[in-house]
Design a protein. Sequence first.
Length: 437
Amino acid sequence: MKVMKFGGTSVGSAQRIKNVADLICRGGRNIVVLSAMSGTTNSLIEFSDYLYNRNTEGARETIERLAAKYRGVIGELYETAEARKEAQQYADSVFAFLKTFTKKLFTQVEAKIVVAQGELLSTTLMTLFLHERGVAAELLPALEFMKIDAHGEPDVDYIREKLTGLLEQYPKAPLYITQGFICRNSHDEIDNLQRGGSDYTASLVGAVLGAEEIQIWTDIDGMHNNDPRIVDHTSAVRHLHFEEAAELGYFGAKILHPTCIQPAKFAGIPVLLLNTMDPDAPGTLIDNVPENGTIKAIAAKDNITAIRIKSSRMLLAHGFLRKVFEIFESYQTPIDMICTSEVGVSMSIDNTRHLGEIVHDLKKYGTVSVDLDMCIICVVGDMDWENVGFESRALDAMKDIPVRMISYGGSNYNISFLVRGEDKARALRSLSKGLFE
Ligand code: ASP
Ligand code: MG
């Protein structure tokens, strides 16, 4: 059994729902995880914002607009009047239910119920469409098996027990559909796995069932080993280690979020990234199999700020770094790259909301300087420290570019450079040439 997850844009219109139906029907007896149709989650959050602000008119308008969109989709999706009627009745009941929230006290609990309707809609419309086509797909309600504990962490044993139980109830179903993103919390209230959480659902479902594979389908062209907008000759990345995928995830490479990868990684279930626009392309496989001595990809992240603090007091002192880190922590600002010497520390951040305060507080401990508009360039691959030659090749490729920081040895899979934003394109091209050609 495989898990096939489709994101919001992949089910974003009647035509796309039909395409996904084709794909899942040729796939066999698998579990299909769907996001809400694109734009729906945002509209539901907007609806909630109006209700928090007690603006019932804004809320009603938002919901009317969304209801009209679904009427259009339903009109186009189904062939028979009967199926169309059933789908429209379901959608009407959802929108009528949503409107009841304009009349009561609105809290976070209600907002979670509201946002859950997106995935409930997409999966119901898909299941009805499959039924119309004569495929007796079974809709497995995520709210009956997906659960998080008091710390917001998935309750894996509960999920496994309930999901296996549900599957056993429908042993003959040719296909199962379920909602991504939504779950229940420790109070048994409706909750969710945070924005983009459908990938997390897929990873958890695959892990608890020991699935053969987890497929993540999106509508974007597969992963490239460098930015194709900047570098001429990029090639597709066919295989990544989970750790390499996690490194790249930070760089906004169109890849799973690192936390979503965890369950699959620990269960050793391969994750395959596939493209709904080109379903027969091989995609990118992510698993626990290392490829010795290969460099996989280069990625970049813009708008990085570097902060340096220099102090002779740091020399031979202990506890200095803790004080520095505490300042960042008190402003909830994550540090990305870090380099230290005996008398100074450089750190990079991408959230500059509290930059002024951070710099102010750091001045207690040393001389502070800031560089804006920097860019992190990261080279990902098998960078085990015992391998020889890779760091020197990467450094050699960077020889004409001013480098502000270098980070190596933090993991076995990455070497990162901090350069000026204006040098990014040059650095990417030069690394591409030095490492891939
Ligand atoms: N629909 C949710 C969101 O937009 C979950 C997801 O798409 O993964 O964040
Ligand atoms: Mg999404």
